[in-house]
Ligand binder design. Structure first.
Ligand SMILES: C[S@@+](CC[C@H](N)C(=O)[O-])C[C@H]1O[C@@H](n2cnc3c(N)ncnc32)[C@H](O)[C@@H]1O
Length: 199
């Protein structure tokens, strides 16, 4: 999806996703001392706002003005400060070794582009810091519910680990099941998560 499509998708009233943080992210940072966090493709800010509520100093980078405006509003209502910046992650690189936590949740772009974003994200983690990447698993296409339906924007845990492990030590890498309530009843989505730290 291009930038205009993301703007259109976020245009409707209300949030495209939930205002609740992603539960795998909540698990992945359990016990970490809050510091400086970067949320790449942070969209409407649900994860960033939650992180800020936990004491993190958070920056969101996303290319959708509409999503970012919703994120600003979510932060305002929650009474927290989050810095929102509009950039195309295919052409923008965060400063190296600068963040205690870097998060990417559900960024689905083609192969070469996502590898560039993952490398930049891993390089932005500072000594003692952590990278958390969560996404729709490639297996979700045939066996799970929802998510992107284009094969080329989906990836496996192995692909993600292959890139992240160039810079960081992977401490968790697996498929995870996310329960989804639909009008037709409960369904299961297959996600994946990779958590990595400085070697
Ligand atoms: C599925 S949403 C996920 C939002 C958020 N991470 C979350 O979990 O709630 C994907 C986000 O990726 C953003 N995005 C997609 N391609 C991008 C790019 N090239 N540069 C910056 N943001 C991008 C979209 O604008 C959208 O907000």
């Amino acid at each position: 999806m291009d930038q205009d499509s993301w703007d259109e998708r976020c245009q409707d009233e209300g949030l495209l996703w939930t205002a609740e943080p992603n539960r795998f992210l909540v698990e992945a940072i359990d016990g970490l001392e809050p510091g400086k966090a970067l949320d790449l493709a942070g969209g409407e800010g649900r994860n960033a706002v939650w992180l800020a509520q936990q004491g993190w100093e958070v920056e969101v980078v996303d290319w959708s003005d509409v999503a970012l405006d919703k994120g600003r509003e979510l932060a305002r209502r929650a009474g927290v400060t989050v810095w929102f910046t509009r950039e195309d992650l295919r052409q923008w690189w965060p400063p190296g070794e600068s963040y205690d936590l870097v998060v990417i949740a559900y960024l689905h772009i083609p192969y070469m582009e996502r590898h560039g974003v993952w490398r930049a994200a891993a390089g932005a983690v500072k000594r003692g810091g952590r990278l958390v990447v969560i996404g729709h698993d490639r297996d979700n296409l045939d066996k799970g519910y929802g998510g992107p339906q284009q094969f080329d924007v989906l990836y496996s845990v192995e692909e993600l680990v292959g890139v992240v492990a160039e810079h960081l030590e992977v401490i968790r890498a697996e498929q995870v099941i996310r329960s989804v309530e639909t009008d037709g009843g409960g369904r299961q989505a297959i996600d994946n998560i990779v958590v990595a730290e400085w070697k």
